[in-house]
Design a protein around this ligand. Structure first.
Ligand SMILES: Nc1nc2c(c(=O)[nH]1)N[C@H]1C(S)=C(S)[C@@H](COP(=O)(O)OP(=O)(O)OC[C@H]3O[C@@H](n4cnc5c(N)ncnc54)[C@H](O)[C@@H]3O)O[C@H]1N2
Ligand code: MOO
Length: 403
């Protein structure tokens, strides 16, 4: 059985970013650029004022000097009239400097009286001026491929006249829930039945990262029924299934995929939870067979599927970020599989404490409750002592701390 490190390497080596699409800038938040973006003009387009005040030509004026007011330059309403030495124009923040001026004195540093101003402080030449092109020049590369567009980047591109961007789309993900015992959310389970809780969990996980879930419904435990639903899933960019990947008599996922031409890359990894995970491609599309136990579905999504989706979306470093924190309780080592323990995170004096969930059972949804991190415990690791420093895989911020 392969290790997690070997398995995730296979996943990331198999998957390449989705072909780029051209989308409106306003819809691009969270997407990753597929090509460089260049400015369509200089910004600022002209020298302009950084303050509300008065613009004038610096000729060595000192405190107490006076200037005659000859007009006003407002943002959006420039003053075209030249300003001669000894004169000044009223100016507002963002208004272009009128011809002949090079310096601005703020309102608070003058006394205005009967069409002239007296300087209450000696100015410095060029003060409070924002120069043409000081933020960027026409044609300058502003962002390079691989950059994730966040609100700040969107604002930058908007200011540079960019209306559309070429980005990698976020994946559309087909979800197949397998199991004769499953009923859809909203139905009351009969004897031996349970609600398909993995589907809403996966939809929520996908929406959290901007991917589109395409639920395929519940595939019953026969190869024919499963094959039909799997075919429908090939319209998506990636196919996820839950359940039916272990060794039980009704575990038909792998056999059904094989019939359809599945190229298996691996089955089973030395991890807990999630050991029976299956990964490969079908007609070039990545397929993950996630184990059906809810905490195994959740964990394998976090450690395999999320990185795969980030790679499809063009993210350069698709693995979960690591956070150093203090372990709140002793954790036993010596396992044959690499354990991934669900943890809560609590902030204490600017540092996080990782508190392993009391329930780690793979069959329990409650293992995931309030979990924000997974603590990897390597194969045959010694016990991890309470108070020691550990590195967790950060999944999300604690509840109530999400911005
Ligand atoms: N003899 C062995 N049995 C099992 C092994 C093994 O190595 N040898 N591995 C165990 C491990 S580890 C896991 S994990 C599970 C995974 O099995 P499957 O992926 O085949 O999943 P199922 O058997 O279909 O279901 C397991 C469990 O999860 C519940 N389930 C399934 N789908 C959903 C869903 N959509 N929503 C909520 N709960 C779901 C299902 O009812 C079962 O209780 O196999 C072990 N067995
Ligand atoms: O992988 Mo299983 O999740 O250990 O129950």
């Amino acid at each position: 059985m392969i290790s997690y490190d070997e398995a995730i390497k296979i996943v990331l080596d198999t998957i390449t970013p989705l072909p780029p699409v051209d989308i409106p800038l306003e819809e691009a938040v969270g997407h990753v650029l597929a090509e460089p973006v260049k400015a369509c003009w200089d910004l600022p387009a002209a020298d302009n004022s950084a303050m509300d005040g008065f613009a004038f030509a610096y000729t060595g004026q000192d405190e107490g000097g006076t200037l005659t007011l000859i007009g006003s330059a407002f943002a959006g309403h420039p003053l075209d009239q030249p300003v001669a030495a000894g004169e000044a124009a009223q100016i507002t923040t963002g208004a272009p400097l009128p011809p002949g001026t090079d310096t601005v004195i703020p309102l608070e540093e003058v006394e205005e009286r009967q069409g002239s101003i007296t300087l209450l402080k000696a100015p410095i030449q060029g003060q409070h001026v924002r120069y043409r092109g000081e933020e960027f020049r026409n044609g300058e590369e502003l962002l390079s491929p691989g950059t994730e567009l966040r609100p700040g980047e969107i604002a930058l591109l908007a200011s540079a006249g960019i209306t559309r961007v070429n980005v990698h789309p976020r994946a559309r993900v087909a979800i197949l829930s397998t199991g004769d015992e499953l009923v859809a959310l909203g139905e009351t389970p009969g004897p031996g039945q349970i609600v398909n809780s993995n589907l809403p969990m996966l939809c929520a996980l996908l929406r959290e990262i901007g991917c589109e879930p395409l639920p395929l419904g519940i595939g019953r435990d026969t190869p024919d029924a499963l094959a039909e639903v799997i075919r429908a899933g090939l319209q998506a960019d990636l196919l996820l299934s839950t359940g039916g990947v272990s060794v039980g008599e009704k575990d038909h996922m792998q056999e059904t995929l094989n019939r359809l031409g599945f190229e298996r890359r691996f089955w089973r990894a030395r991890i807990k939870p999630g050991k029976p995970i299956l990964f490969g491609t079908l007609q070039g599309k990545p397929v993950f067979g996630l184990p059906g136990n809810p905490a195994a579905t959740g964990a394998t999504f976090e450690i395999f599927v999320r990185p795969a989706l980030r790679r499809l979306a063009g993210q350069g470093d698709p693995l979960p970020p690591k956070l150093r924190c203090t372990l709140a309780e002793k954790v036993k080592g010596g396992h044959k599989r690499q354990n991934f323990l669900w943890c809560r995170l609590e902030e204490e004096n600017g540092r996080y404490r990782a508190i392993p969930s009391q329930r780690q059972g793979s069959g329990q949804n409650r293992s995931l409750q309030e979990a924000c991190a997974l603590l990897p415990v390597p194969v045959e690791s010694p016990d991890l002592e309470a108070g020691s420093e550990v590195e967790v895989l950060l999944l999300r911020l604690p509840p109530g701390r999400t911005c």
